[in-house]
Design a binder for this molecule. Structure first.
Ligand code: FAD
Ligand code: FES
Length: 281
C-alpha cells in the first residue's frame, strides 16, 4: 500500500449511549454519544463505523467522520439519505450506539503552524470542527473555512466550525445566493490559496475534483493539499475491498485504510468521477 495507512491497533468496538440529538436547519442532525475510547483517540479526518440497530437490515455499519470530541463524548453530523442514516437520525438520548473506530488515516498536520484553507461542501463539514480545534491548538493563527452549500438552510452553522475559536474566518457561499456569496465554494479556492497555505477539503467527490482542477492551474500552488474522499464502505478496515478508488498513475487504493484522506495529486480524478455511486447493503 502507498500513502499513510490507518493504524488498526487504535480501533476498538465500543457500545455507547446517545446523550444528545440536535436538529440543525436543512435536515442535518448532530448526534452526541458517550464513546470514551473514540473520544480519547480520534484525530481530525478519522471516522467510525456506526450501528444503531439490531438484526441484519441494514446489514453493515455506516461510516461517519468524527466531528467533535469533548471528554468522553463524540459528535457526528449527518442527514437521512437512506436506510442506515434514517435509523441514526431517529435516535434519542439514552439509545445505544455502537462505534468501531477510530478508522482511516486522518488529515496530516504540520509540526509548525502554516496558513490553513479549509474547503467544506455540504455535509463535507463533518471532519472540520475537530480539525479547526487541532490547528488552533498547534498555534495555527490563520485558519479560513470556505463553506458552501446549495442553499442557506444547508450551510453548516459558522459557529459550529469555530466552537469558540473566534479568530477563525468562515466565508459562506450558496448556489442560489440565499446566504453569502452566490456561486460554488470552489470558486473561492484560487484567491484563498498561495504557496504558504495548506489546503484541506471535504465534500462530494465532484466538488473535490473541482478543487483539484483549480489547484493544478495555480501559478503559486499551496504547499500541500489533502482531500477527504467518499467511497462505498463495507468493513471499514481493509478486508472487503469494497472501497477501492483509482489512484493517479494507475492502480487502486483502499479508501478506508489508505484514506479517506489523500494528497490531491494521488487521485485519478477522471477515474473517480466515472465510478458508479455507492450502494451499500
Ligand atoms: C469515510 C467516510 C466518512 C463519512 N462521513 C460522513 C459524515 O460525517 N456525515 C454524513 O452524513 N455522511 C458521511 N459519510 C457518508 C455516509 O457514510 C453515507 O451517507 C451513509 O453510509 C449512507 O448510508 P444509508 O444506509 O443511509 O444509505 P444507503 O441506503 O446505503 O444509500 C443511500 C445513498 O447514500 C449513498 N451512499 C451510501 N454509502 C455511501 C458512502 N460510504 N459514501 C457516500 N455516499 C454513500 C448511496 O449512493 C445512496 O445514494 C461518510 C462516508 C465515508 C466513506
Ligand atoms: S471498506 Fe472494506 S476494504 Fe475498505
Amino acid at each position: 500500500m502507498s500513502g499513510p495507512v490507518s493504524d488498526l491497533g487504535r480501533a476498538r468496538d465500543e457500545s455507547g449511549e446517545v446523550v444528545a440529538v440536535e436538529g440543525l436547519d436543512g435536515g442535518m442532525v448532530e448526534i452526541t454519544a458517550r464513546l470514551p475510547h473514540l473520544a480519547a483517540t480520534a484525530r481530525p479526518g478519522e471516522f467510525a463505523q456506526l450501528r444503531a440497530w439490531g438484526g441484519v437490515d441494514p446489514l453493515l455499519r455506516r461510516p461517519f467522520s468524527v466531528a467533535w470530541t469533548a471528554g468522553e463524548l463524540c459528535s457526528f453530523v449527518l442527514e437521512a439519505v437512506g436506510a442506515g442514516t434514517r435509523l441514526l437520525v431517529g435516535l434519542r438520548p439514552g439509545d445505544p450506539l455502537q462505534a468501531l473506530g477510530p478508522l482511516g488515516n486522518g488529515f496530516p498536520l504540520d509540526p509548525v503552524p502554516v496558513r490553513a484553507v479549509i474547503v467544506s461542501g455540504g455535509l463535507g463539514c463533518a471532519p472540520f470542527p475537530l480539525l479547526v480545534r487541532e490547528l488552533r491548538r498547534r498555534g495555527c493563527a490563520d485558519v479560513i473555512v470556505l463553506s458552501g452549500a446549495a442553499t442557506a438552510s444547508r450551510l453548516y452553522p459558522a459557529a459550529r466550525f469555530r466552537r469558540g475559536e473566534d479568530s477563525v474566518r468562515v466565508v459562506e457561499t450558496t448556489d442560489d445566493g440565499s446566504r453569502g456569496r452566490r456561486g460554488l465554494v470552489t470558486e473561492l479556492v484560487a484567491d484563498a490559496c498561495d504557496e504558504t497555505a495548506a489546503v484541506y477539503a471535504c465534500g462530494p467527490n465532484p466538488m473535490l475534483a473541482a478543487v483539484a482542477r483549480t489547484l493544478q492551474r495555480l501559478a503559486r500552488p499551496p504547499r500541500r493539499a489533502h482531500v477527504s474522499l467518499e467511497a462505498p464502505m463495507g468493513c471499514g478496515f481493509g478486508t472487503c475491498l469494497g472501497c477501492a478508488l483509482p489512484a493517479s498513475g494507475g492502480g487502486w487504493f483502499l479508501c478506508c485504510r489508505q484514506g479517506p484522506v489523500r494528497e490531491v495529486s494521488e487521485v485519478d480524478w477522471p477515474g473517480l468521477l466515472a465510478l458508479p455511486p455507492a450502494h451499500v447493503a
